[in-house]
Design a binder for this molecule. Structure first.
Ligand code: HEC
Ligand code: HEC
Length: 186
């Protein structure tokens, strides 16, 4: 109970200070959908969904703070996107950049986004979700052979290989299952 109040208070503070339109609407939505807003907000932009799902599933913008999307979604950065060329034409890039920044962790009421936002306020700009301490910590106990050494996964970056509801923004333990290791936690 106490945590709910803390979260609500934080949300009100944010809403009052908010620099973006629609904050109050989002806050009200969040309040009335509390149980459904535990994860991160699912992707709602079709262009983002289409352009960013060619090589991995489309990461929800709420998995990184705005400063990370600012750094990742420039013409130069996309040409050298983790060793591959993921460049976009200027018009498409603008839509995708603005969508990601507007829905970044630090602009979201969803529980996991709030945690990511708080953990990344200070310090360097993370360029990967997997490098966030909040995320890497959660996977510390999973042996390498089940991730990199697992043909069905290959990299911790492929969240949706194990998180069966990743596309819906749900990353709960009870919806996680590691391919080829059905009894991973035994
Ligand atoms: C041409 C292929 C390709 C496209 C298109 C692409 N990516 Fe990637 N992306 C990659 C590769 C390769 C990696 C690194 C995966 C790994 O390390 O296993 C990556 C990693 C990432 C990561 C870091 C994941 C982690 O490890 O935490 C983010 C964030 C990301 N991409 C966002 C995007 C966004 C947003 C778009 C759309 C603009 C996009 N990507 C389009 C190939 C692509
Ligand atoms: C190899 C399979 C695998 C991959 C890939 C993977 N996860 Fe996980 N994840 C798990 C498992 C298994 C757990 C539960 C760990 C535990 O409880 O010890 C977990 C836990 C989590 C949790 C904590 C859940 C909770 O309720 O505490 C989050 C958040 C999460 N993962 C997000 C991600 C994200 C985001 C990605 C991609 C960047 C990712 N995971 C990639 C298997 C994976």
């Amino acid at each position: 109970m106490q945590r709910k109040w803390e979260a609500a208070l934080l949300a009100v503070t944010l809403a009052l200070n908010s620099a973006y339109a629609g904050a109050e609407e989002d806050f009200i939505f969040w309040l009335f959908n509390f149980s459904r807003t535990k994860g991160v907000k699912p992707v709602t932009d079709k262009q983002y969904q289409d352009e960013c799902s060619g090589c991995h599933f489309a990461y929800q913008p709420g998995l990184l703070p705005a400063k990370s999307w600012e750094a990742l979604l420039t013409p130069d950065a996309l040409r050298k996107h983790f060793g591959v060329n993921a460049e976009l034409d200027d018009a498409t890039l603008k839509v995708i950049h603005d969508y990601a920044v507007d829905n970044a962790a630090d602009k979201s009421w969803y529980k996991r986004s709030r945690k990511i936002a708080v953990a990344t306020t200070d310090g360097p700009t993370p360029l990967r979700i997997t490098e966030l301490r909040y995320i890497s910590r959660k996977h510390n106990d999973i042996p390498e052979k089940m991730v990199k050494g697992n043909k069905g996964v290959k990299s911790l970056s492929f969240c949706d290989k194990c998180h069966t509801q990743a596309a819906q923004g749900v990353y709960d333990v009870d919806t996680a299952s590691i391919p080829n290791y059905s009894n991973w936690d035994n």
